[in-house]
Design a protein around this ligand. Structure first.
Ligand code: FPP
Length: 225
């Protein structure tokens, strides 16, 4: 969800107002995803590197998570959304952690769209953490026998569909330590649109672009007989 800070600065507003505007975008976009049949969405809300931002911006983002969960959870439950946070919760304050855990528990049996929020998340962390968890589960196993399939069960996205489409707003052309493993065969969509301006019409543009991609997964296109 890149571009919140620039969106605010362009309007001579404090950066945190860009984050508020960015958070306000999420509800409509998730509803649109559910409507068109998307099974799982992951929002990159806070990276492991974002802790290095000025403390007032980090504090504002933490308050925003709290506010978002307090306000949005009833609707998520009503809409059958399953909510999960990807990332280590250890560094969050008890107030943030409690809300995350409450939202995860309350929504765990829902049957609709899976909404993952990546927070204190990094793709490299996800892979290292998966190896560690695999080792905890198989302390005497020979690491040389570990397969991609084995490890996939220990990633933060275990049990979820393959990542098909990765969207980055805000004009950068990099993945920035987002779902590194999961993005192996994803289509990458980069747009200059800043996140607070990324509305349902912009999302639909990305879906239309995705639908026209020829996905070969390393093979060749099979022509019609
Ligand atoms: C990147 O924009 C955005 C973030 C670091 C925070 C995104 C978080 C939210 C929108 C809060 C939403 C919360 C939930 C739980 C859905 P940037 O600040 O790097 O923008 P810039 O590149 O223009 O500076």
């Amino acid at each position: 969800m890149d571009g919140n800070g620039r969106w605010a600065q362009q309007r001579h507003m404090p950066r945190k107002l860009g984050h508020y505007q960015g958070a306000a975008r999420v509800r409509g976009l998730i509803a649109h995803c559910a409507q068109v049949g998307v099974k799982s969405v992951t929002l990159f809300a806070f990276s492991t590197e974002n802790w290095h931002r000025p403390s007032d911006e980090v504090d504002a983002l933490m308050l925003l998570f709290i506010d978002y969960l307090d306000k949005e959870l009833p609707l998520m439950l009503a809409e059958q959304v399953r909510f999960r946070v990807l990332g280590s919760l250890a560094r969050f304050s008890p107030a943030v952690r409690e809300r995350i855990e409450f939202a995860q528990t309350q929504s765990q049996h829902n049957t609709g769209l899976m909404l993952n929020v990546a927070a204190n998340y990094g793709g490299r962390w996800d892979i290292v953490h998966a190896v560690q968890q695999w080792h905890v589960a198989h302390p005497t196993a020979y690491v040389g026998a570990l397969t991609e399939e084995d490890l996939s069960h220990y990633l933060s996205t275990a049990g979820q569909p393959e990542l098909d489409l990765l969207i980055r707003t805000g004009g950068e052309s990099r993945i920035s330590n987002f779902l590194l493993w999961q993005a192996a065969y994803a289509e990458l969509y980069f747009t200059d649109t800043l996140w607070p301006d990324f509305d349902e019409a912009e999302l639909q543009k990305a879906f239309v672009w995705f639908a026209a991609r020829d996905r070969r997964f390393g093979g060749v296109t099979v022509s019609a007989p």
